[in-house]
Design a protein around this ligand. Sequence first.
Ligand code: 9WN
Length: 439
Amino acid sequence: ADLAYDPPLSDTSPQAGAARVLAANWTGTSTVPSRSLYPHQWSWDSAFIAIGLRHVSPLRAQTELETLLAAQWGDGRVPHIVFNPSVPLDAYFPSPDFWRSATAGRAAGAPRTVQTSGIVQPPVHALAAWLVHGADPGLSRERGFLARVYPRLAAWHRYLLHRRDLGGGGLVSVVHPWEQGMDNSPCWDAPLARITPAPARSFRRADLDHGAPEDRPTDLDYGRYVRLAADYRDAGYADGGGQFAVEDPAFNALLIASEHALARIAEELGAAGTARRARAERLTGALVERLWEPAAGQFLCRDLRAGGATVRERGVTGLIPLLLPDLPRDIAAALVRTLRGPHFSLGDRTRLVPSHDLLAETFDPHRYWRGPAWFNTSWLVERGLRTHGETDQADALRAAVVELAGATGFAEYADPFTGEACGATGFSWTAALALDLHQ
Ligand code: 9WN
């Protein structure tokens, strides 16, 4: 019965609307981000989805994470896409025949029974697992949920910490813009400029069948995404050799938050969490040392293939470390000032957090991650504001997420000034996170 949760059509509340989106996007073992644009399972989407789903069906929320983790590679990586074999190949690009995980990923231990991509996405999963457990600890214990996911989550973090510390300074690097999840953020413009794009005629973009070209990344961006992914695949998905390597604030902050969650999971299972807490502290130290930029009042990316140069673009990624409870107080205070200041203007010109600096020449209010407001990043910032005692601002952001999610038909993202819907509607993480903040 739990798996068939379906609010009655007569219930017109926003929560029922959100639950209906999640029910419509459920495939039986996981949830697609969007029926039209993204018809497979995505890694960080599933973590956000599980966080919302736990309020309507703790069983489905557990299953969502278990399905994703079942596609983990032998080396510990959790792939950014798990493909649904019943979806036609041309419904999404790049499709399984591009990634060729079972053959190209053999040395890295790709699974034989499911097809996946070979890159990763931000590690929100341990945080999600801990929150999902808390929604129904009885069911979780009865099903052995944490005991089953813990070893996989631990291996996932081990992969990131051991294979992806490409800068040698204790932080994890992403090797593709899709890994960080904010595909065409201006933060990637300089690191991507060095990449020779794959010829436009060598691939077909399925995203343009569903999305407006002026809202999506450009063909030139896609040429570079394809080149980087193909090179990684042709190197057998071995880490260290690629032309793109960036230390990103949000990716690392989410790993730290998840490491704290893993400590709690370990303790719940009767083990010690001390070593994990110490590791989270060390990672926080490295994040501050390597990516904090006092003059900017936010964290900035570091481009390892440009000799470790700081990327001078202010993306929302640089505000997300606010979610860490043990961030030094002066840094948390500076992040709050930056959020409210002219670059993001939260509570003044914007109600949701824009994905990019409003004052930058690269800012574009409609083009994907170059300015529009996304619901998952606002959820993360809301959590950060609340964690650091900024209750009024957290309440205002929470209200904006809930209201605009419903008003836009659970849009993928929104115009940061007007709140107008952009991209797909019926988008799963928008529905899930609105449900979570409504509680
Ligand atoms: C590539 C699924 C994903 C999100 C990403 C978002 C977008 C994919 C794409 O959709 O990326 O992974 O094809 O544009 O940028 O954050 O996880 O919702």
